[in-house]
Ligand binder design. Sequence first.
Ligand code: NIG
Ligand code: FE
Length: 436
Amino acid sequence: MRADLIIVHAEQLLTMAPSGDAPSAGSPASIPFAGMDQGRIGLIEGGAIACLDGTIVAIGPTEDIMARVQEDPDITTIDARGKIVTPGLVDAHTHLVFGGTREREFELRARGATYAEIMAAGGGIHSTVRATREASRTELFELAHARVQTMLELGTTTVEAKSGYGLDLDTEVKQLEVLMELSRRHPVDIVPTFMGAHAVPRDQDPETFVTWLVGDAIPKIAIRGLARFCDVFCEKGVFTPEQTERILKAAQANGLGAKLHADELCDTGGAALAAKLGAVSADHLHHANPEGLAAMAQAGTVAVLLPGTAVFLGMTEHAPARKMVELGVPVAVATDFNPGSCFSESLPLMMSLAVTQLKLTPQEAWVAVTRNAAHAVGRGHRVGSLEVGKQADLVLWNAPDYRMVPYRMGINLVDTVVKLGRIVHRRGAQPEALRI
Ligand code: NIG
Ligand code: FE
């Protein structure tokens, strides 16, 4: 067997493969893990992985893999003794491109104001909309590039990113074009989502704005291939379930997949709506009701939980993650990276919060940021697990046990990141040394 990269002697190799502990034999099954499988990390001790041209060609115990790989002086070999090796993390929910920051609001919340009050008074999302409209393309690109580089250094290799700080065609297109250029020029893959339905502009009435989204913005964005998904902030005081349905049906008719910010601040029936529309994911879900969750389980809609947002907004209650696992809803965990409700790029930190606040086990949290997150962004067939035929996106961590990553809260244990079979980050190395 030919290979151009092999990683050997990993203390623990986490495959997230359906066949459990056995090496994968072939076709990667494309479903997220739910219920009893939510914690199926597919652990191989003393594991190795061989890659060729950016694709995984073999995975299993080190002796087996070494015996099968042809001797070749050009092979890059990485010794992973004392380290764990996992799939590259997938951040399934971010608002990556924006101008300005909102530290004043952060202080106001500490002094008692709520997120909804600040937004209703013209701050919140509206203030980022003003700053994003004013920012140049180059400025937005440079800001987003630095953020995505931080994500890479924290182990993330695929990122979903939303527009939604324009609320007019020019600025929404500007954000989506920045994302497209970023995906081309940075090793991290970006999955773009159109979120014109993030807020109603302050000078417009909701119905007129929804009609514009449905009849004008969505078709124009879709025909230019600028987005893969469409997302709506379905929330009291933002978009009603009826408006959400109109918007997402128009998106689907134009070939975009559906996503929802659902039941974040109160229960609006968002979970059931996501299931009914066949949305790929429903996100937040703090206040989702059990019937809605059961409908999501039935439909296979992934719940993308954002524990960083709850903590950042000072909420004491968290999304009912255990209930979701019990009902068979596939659970993913993401950062929600944005300047208002969670200004952190760190998925490992979100794993810590998933374990301590959502009460997911470390195994369940690992599946939530890899396999299930990949399915939440329509990439489950390519990334999120280490299986023969899948993309060689992987991370070596400076830890002998996978539980250390969520356990070492706020500490970055990433050692090496491989994207499409190439080393794109090494702890302590300058990016130029890696020619990225
Ligand atoms: O997911 N909920 C809506 N959108 C973001 C917050 C965006 C902002 O405050 O700028 C969220 O929490
Ligand atoms: Fe969000």
